[in-house]
Design a binder for this molecule. Sequence first.
Ligand code: UD1
Length: 352
Amino acid sequence: MHILHVVGARPNFMKAAPVLRAIKETGANQSLVHTGQHYDINMSDVFFRELKIPHPDVNLAVGSGSHAQQTAEIMGRFETAVLEHKPDMVLVYGDVNSTVAAALVCAKLSIPVGHVEAGLRSFDRGMPEEINRVITDQLSEVLFTPSADGDENLLREGIAREKIHLVGNVMIDTLIHLLPVAQARKNGSPQKYALVTLHRPANVDDPHVLRTVLTSLLTLSQDLRVIFPVHPRTRQAIGEFGLQTDGIQIMDPMSYLEFLALQCHATVVITDSGGIQEETTYLGIPCLTVRPNTERPVTVEIGTNILVGNDMDKLRTETLNVLHGRAKQGRLPALWDGHAGERIASILVKQL
Ligand code: UD1
């Protein structure tokens, strides 16, 4: 049995790490392709090191581009790589352009695809990742879902029940695995702080929207320290639009462990990321999501997540609620127990 994993962008790395580890335990043959969608040291290499992901067998080095250019470039280069490696199955992760590109190549070559983190839906087709999710799920032979809503979404879209496996959350596997290491790191900040990440096109590509959010963060910085590790896309936008960030502690993108160490001691997290909504729910840290919807509804229904959308008054009110001891309390979703990767490995061993 030969399984080929495809990763490309930062959020893929934490999802693939536990699956690679669990499949290695089974003794199966596996290889790893990095598409190079993310290529900066602090967006890629440092994650491989900290998560102990093996060196990729192939790096397609596609780099940046428009969605069409990037996806097409990955498809062309990945086709050559997959034909050389002849895997029995290709595993793709999450919802980035690398995920859909690899799935499409495999579907056309009749190589079975397994999708890790299948079934998530924001029901917002304006979000590039939503298109990637829907298409990847339609092309996959085996679909591993993190929560029961994923199963329901897939069944509604006509995916056969026997293809769907509720395995839990692989991102949380990585968190559980590395939390003790992150907690042992000195935080150096006894003060209260809000930890911020923003990179969605809907929040950062429009100067008016980005200015409004940054102005709200500046106002919040009067009540608590605001720490903002900035994604390259957001940094470019702030520079291009000439926006003011004095008062906000702007930093370069962080490594997994650096970010987790800050996250687990944060007073509140303000984000538009998908994975961080889940991590805060696991950690019991209040999360205010600057999006009108989420593909991870369990984080709102039972976790600590609150959608504030673009309502900056709500962002302020909810932050003050946290500061005054009125934070939303959450519980842990089922199967977020650190063993999702092992469940995936054992299903694959049975199937292949
Ligand atoms: C991608 C994913 C998104 C994920 C995010 C996490 C898609 C459609 N989007 O968005 O789902 O949440 O990654 O980070 O796949 N850049 C660098 N250095 C890098 C990588 C990117 O400078 O290492 C710059 C690029 O030049 C580009 C911008 O960041 O201008 C955006 O990169 P891209 O990979 O296209 O999309 P993300 O916004 O990172």
